[in-house]
Design a protein around this ligand. Structure first.
Ligand code: E4P
Length: 217
């Protein structure tokens, strides 16, 4: 399973990259705003800065909701850096834009996916990634992991090439459940990745090893 970090925070991206396990980055307009990145020029240069830190795919989301606007913005974003993946919303024009970019060999990530039917449409449109939002479903007492399992089953039935990018990850158990179900990629905040490191027996064991070593020295 590939690990993407879900943030526009450059320090968090650097920290995950330094760990040596980072495969890419996802952003969205809310994550950009959270870092205080506003205005087209600043947003574009922030995407470039992210691409310079990581080696893998960096999802950059269009703001337009009409086909023409999505194509215009998508082309501008794709021209920024070869690592950019165009993030498109799961609406009618988003599906059309996904088909347009897929036919041109430009990578896409279809976002705001909450049902198996939407995931089928994304795959039919040739999306590189489909992003089911697991945490937001859990937030409304729905079953995020259940959706992930259904998409995995459907994609495997037909050998769709679209990679399932499990999004809206909230914590480490989400990451582990994604790996159990077979998500191709998970994208989560830094704490959901660093949380995987933790086990009290590791800390206790290390403390004892060091104490025993020091007895003989
Ligand atoms: C990433 O592609 C999504 O935009 C993101 O995971 C959404 O996460 P949230 O539900 O925590 O806002």
């Amino acid at each position: 399973m590939k690990f993407f970090i879900d943030t526009a925070n450059l320090e968090h991206i650097k920290e995950a990259q330094d760990l040596g396990i980072l495969d890419g980055v996802t952003t969205n307009p809310s994550l950009m705003a959270k870092e205080g990145i506003t205005g087209k020029e600043n947003i574009m240069s922030h995407y470039k800065a992210i691409c310079e830190i990581v080696d893998g795919d960096v999802s950059a989301e269009v703001i337009a909701t009409d086909l023409e606007g999505m194509i215009r913005e998508g082309e501008e974003l794709a021209a920024l850096h070869e690592q950019i993946v165009i993030k498109l919303p799961m609406i009618k024009d988003g599906v059309k834009a996904c088909t347009y970019f897929s036919n041109k060999g430009v990578k896409t990530n279809v976002t705001l996916v909450f049902s198996p039917g939407q995931a089928i449409l994304a795959a039919k449109a040739g999306a590189t990634y489909v992003s089911p939002f697991l945490g937001r479903l859990d937030d409304i007492s729905s079953d995020g992991m259940g959706l992930l399992s259904e998409i995995r089953l459907i994609y495997d039935n037909y050998g769709f090439n679209t990679q399932i990018l499990a999004a809206s990850i909230r914590h480490t158990m989400h990451v582990i459940d994604c790996a159990r179900i077979g998500a191709d990629v998970m994208t989560g905040p830094l704490h959901s990745i660093l949380g995987l490191l933790k086990h009290p027996l590791t800390d206790i064991g290390l403390e004892k090893f060091l104490a025993d070593h020091n007895k003989g020295n």
